[in-house]
Design a protein around this ligand. Structure first.
Ligand code: G6P
Length: 614
């Protein structure tokens, strides 16, 4: 959601900005723009559409200049069009600003500025902010750095901004609150600024993550200076980036999503490597070891998350209840934060987030923190805001996930939560050691089993070809497979725009069964295990109404194969681990259907990878 790139240095800004914006495309956006400064001339180009559309409108003469800012916008205030696209200019045309986030009190600031003669061209809160900074600067006669700080101290909401001054080719000013911003410090005092490290990685490994309410000045002479909004000086903390360039490139696949689906044997293994000892059955996670008393005395776990991460949370609910016998509530972060939730100091809140930047999840954490709960984060992006705002946590080690529809992050999240539930169960003495050893051995086999599940690709593609023109689809599962039904349906609707719903299989007869006819594909997880016979009965109910059954079954299954229109086999594993394997065919199916329908699988319409607005 909104991508920011800035550059101040000895090279030309334009190619760095364009390449950086392309690296941020995965976040989701609907318009793009750049502002470049050379010899006092500020060139501004912006348009609705993709970064390639932007490239087409930039004239050759404007492609030089060692200072510039670039932006991809995901519309919040005002429709996606050329005027609302960033950068926005101040009234005097001297300042150019890009912004990610929402200025909540923009309407009152706008009214005030209008009454003093400011004229606005766009519907955005961003244009109000740049006029406000201009106003503060001229009224108080202060530097741009100081004006940004003062203006932001009056602003409510979320922001990551970069500002450029036409009259000062030696400086960029950046600031952030609740939206991510990272500064790369390159050779010869070149500075790179971006929403995440992906646009920076090929130029430098030295980065500074700005904290909330910090304002940074990058100056060719003075170097990097950081102050808080309250005007306290901070020493920039430069850290080394661990990200590798290959990890954010497609590596021969047609799309990031396909690459990420196929990376899962590795990403799942990376998510448990070094954390479990299969021989003696021990879980080694500092988030458990360092807080044993918290886990021992917890009366309840509340899981907060959004989207696919919420589905991983649902799997975790079953795991914690089964293994550790702790009551669990799984909450949409957006609902939780706006209720008046009852939170006790002996509650543990687990926040799950791939990006570590989701605004609602972050706000839910802050609320639970205020009420005294212990917060444990499960994040994929190292150094992300959520990972830094929790008391403890465990990274998922899935590597960068670029495709907007989450795949490898989900299986990595479930893998980490699995170990956490086992480890906590050991601390609380609710599981027998022989069972831990058995389950760890099963977990250790999962990456190879996922490899086998991926071999169903061609068969799944044939099934996709049959159902690609469906208008609706139903996904059913019970127990551990219910969250997978939800996740399968989400994958299909996200990237192929087919309406799909996930349901607990038994709940079908309370409503969705009315939809079933010969047109309706019903995807069912019918693996052998606890609710197998019950699911077989549900399949019969669908067949009795002429629905089409596509069943994910355990390898060698005969019963369901005789009933279903199509079966997809996956290797046998323990019930508790089925979600990690059964989700694979659904990811592949959504992918193939989307490609066959001509959809952009990596950047589906209207969606964003990192949802930094509430
Ligand atoms: C967006 C993404 C989803 C993701 C959700 C939660 O909607 O498109 O793929 O599951 O946000 O994101 P998070 O980064 O917190 O897991």
């Amino acid at each position: 959601m909104c991508g920011i790139v800035g550059y101040l240095g000895n090279g030309d800004a334009y190619p760095i900005l364009i390449k950086g914006l392309k690296r941020l495309e995965y976040r989701g956006y609907d318009s793009a723009g750049v502002a470049i400064l050379e010899n006092g001339d500020l060139s501004l180009f912006k348009c609705k559409g993709k970064v390639v559309d932007l490239e087409n409108i930039v004239d050759e003469d404007s492609k030089t200049g060692g200072i510039g800012i670039g932006h991809t916008r995901w519309a919040t205030h005002g429709v996606p069009n050329d005027v609302n696209a960033h950068p926005h200019l101040s009234g005097d045309g001297k300042l150019a600003l890009i912004h990610n986030g929402i200025i909540e009190n923009y309407a009152s600031i706008k009214e005030e500025l209008k009454s003093r003669g400011h004229i606005f061209h766009s519907e955005t809160d961003t244009e109000v902010l740049v006029h406000f900074i201009e106003d503060v600067r001229s009224k108080l006669n202060v530097s741009l750095f100081e004006a940004v700080r003062i203006a932001l101290s009056e602003v409510h909401g979320a922001y990551a901004i970069v500002v450029l001054d036409r009259e000062n080719p030696n400086q960029l000013v950046a600031a952030k609150k609740s939206s991510p911003l990272v500064i790369g410090v390159g050779k010869n005092d070149d500075y790179y600024i971006a929403s995440d490290a992906s646009p920076i990685i090929e130029y430098t490994k030295n980065v500074v993550y700005l904290d909330d309410e910090e304002v940074a000045l990058m100056d060719r002479k003075e170097g990097l200076k950081i102050v808080t909004i309250q005007n306290q000086a901070k020493t920039p903390y430069i850290q080394a980036l661990e990200l590798k360039l290959e990890a954010i490139e497609k590596g021969g696949y047609d799309s990031f999503m396909l690459k990420e689906i196929h990376e899962q044997p590795r990403s799942i293994r990376d998510s448990f490597r070094g954390r479990i000892n299969i021989q003696n059955g021990f879980v080694k996670m500092s988030g458990i070891d360092d807080y044993r008393d918290k886990w021992l005395n917890a009366k309840r776990i509340i899981i907060v998350a959004c989207g696919t991460s919420w589905h991983a949370g649902l799997v975790a609910e079953y795991l914690f209840e089964d293994f550790a016998r702790i009551p669990v509530e799984v909450e949409y972060a957006s609902e939780f934060r706006y209720r008046n939730p009852v939170i006790f100091p002996d509650d543990i809140v687990i926040a799950i987030s791939q990006s570590g930047e989701t605004a609602d999840t972050l706000a839910a954490i802050e609320l639970a923190k205020q009420k005294g709960a212990f917060i444990f984060g499960v994040c994929n992006v190292v150094g992300s805001t959520i990972s830094r705002s929790t008391h403890s946590g465990a990274y998922t080690h899935a590597g960068p996930e670029i495709g907007v529809a989450s795949t490898k992050a989900f299986t990595a999240q479930v893998t980490v939560l699995y170990q956490l539930a086992l480890g906590v169960a050991q601390v609380r003495g609710t599981i027998e050691q022989k069972d831990v050893i058995k389950l760890m051995a099963e977990l250790n086999a999962v990456p190879d089993q996922v490899e086998v599940a991926l071999k169903s690709n061609d068969h799944v593609k044939e099934i996709a070809a049959i159902y690609k023109d469906s208008r609706n689809a139903l996904y059913l599962g019970r127990g551990y497979s219910f969250p997978v039904a939800l996740e399968g349906a989400l994958k299909l609707k996200e990237i192929s725009y087919i309406h799909a719903e996930g349901y607990p299989a038994a709940e079908m007869k309370h409503g969705p069964i009315a939809l079933i006819d010969e047109e309706m594909p019903v995807f069912v997880i019918a693996t052998q295990g606890q609710s197998y016979e019950k699911v077989v009965s549900n399949i019969q109910e669908v067949k009795a109404r002429k629905g089409k059954i596509i069943a994910v079954v355990t390898a060698g299954d005969k019963t369901v194969s005789e009933l279903a229109d199509h079966t997809i086999e996956i290797p046998k594993t323990d019930d508790t681990l089925v979600p990690i394997i059964s989700v694979i065919p659904f990811q592949l199916l959504a992918y193939h259907v989307a490609v066959m329908r001509g959809c952009n699988v990596d950047q589906p319409r209207n969606l964003a990878k990192s949802v930094t607005v509430e």
